[in-house]
Design a protein around this ligand. Structure first.
Ligand SMILES: C[S@@+](CC[C@H](N)C(=O)[O-])C[C@H]1O[C@@H](n2cnc3c(N)ncnc32)[C@H](O)[C@@H]1O
Length: 216
């Protein structure tokens, strides 16, 4: 399904508190360096239009949320949504999540990593471009505290099955996949993400799991 067009927020909207470029980030990314407090930190990889970032940060005011989005227009759009939500516990980063997890996020520091409807990269030779791959999975796992969660939802069965298999092989400390239930949606914003809404409205099945990191 093609993606619908997206707009940056109008120039008058001040995004300075909610949108950062990778070059402007502190060296080590944690709640203290980003938000000036020690609240649990959750990171979303590939925020798209930012529905999760806005709803989760409003619903969990005592947690901090960091959204990382590689397409700058989408990062700005998501940041605009955070401004409208009036939250002070969420920031968008415009950039690639992978090097941040490889080098900038402290091991054992995160409460949760959220990966919703990552780009499928259908062709076999493109699979290494998937955001859940053999390099990134150990990095996500290392970033989590014991008991921390990795959420993964997709409508691509092959991606879902491959990821479960890869995690079992290379990140057994994440334990077993725990199914997550579909939530009843009575309102446009009752979906976890924009892509979840789109899949469900087109009667496309969605596969939802999370992992909880174990002591090793
Ligand atoms: C298919 S969209 C899903 C968006 C959103 N999670 C949702 O469910 O509506 C995947 C998003 O991940 C972003 N993305 C892909 N690779 C990324 C990376 N390495 N770092 C950050 N964002 C990435 C894409 O630009 C895109 O916006």
């Amino acid at each position: 399904m093609p993606r619908s067009p997206i707009k940056r927020p109008p120039p008058g909207v001040d995004l300075s508190g909610v949108l950062r470029e990778v070059d402007d980030l502190p060296k080590s990314l944690n709640s203290q360096s980003l938000f000036g407090n020690d609240h649990p930190l959750e990171v979303e990889v590939g925020s798209g239009k930012g529905l999760f970032m806005a709803t989760a940060s409003v619903a969990n005011a005592d947690h901090n949320f960091l959204g990382v989005e590689i397409i700058s227009k989408y990062a700005a759009h998501s940041a605009g949504r955070l401004v409208r939500a009036g939250v002070s516990n969420a920031i968008m980063i415009s950039g690639n999540a992978e090097p941040l997890f490889a080098a900038r996020i402290e091991p054992g520091s995160l409460e949760a990593v959220h990966v919703y409807f990552p780009d499928p990269w259908w062709k076999k030779r493109h699979r290494k471009r998937r955001v859940l791959n053999e390099t990134s999975i150990p990095n996500y796992s290392r970033s989590l505290r014991v008991g921390g969660r990795l959420h993964f939802w997709t409508d691509v069965l092959d991606y879902f099955e491959q990821t479960i298999e890869t995690i079992a092989q290379i990140a057994p400390e994440l334990g077993i996949p725990i199914p997550e239930k579909e939530v009843e949606a009575t309102h446009e914003l009752d979906y976890r993400t924009h892509f979840e809404r789109r899949s469900r409205q087109h009667q496309i099945p969605v596969y939802r799991i999370h992992y909880e990191k174990r002591e090793t």
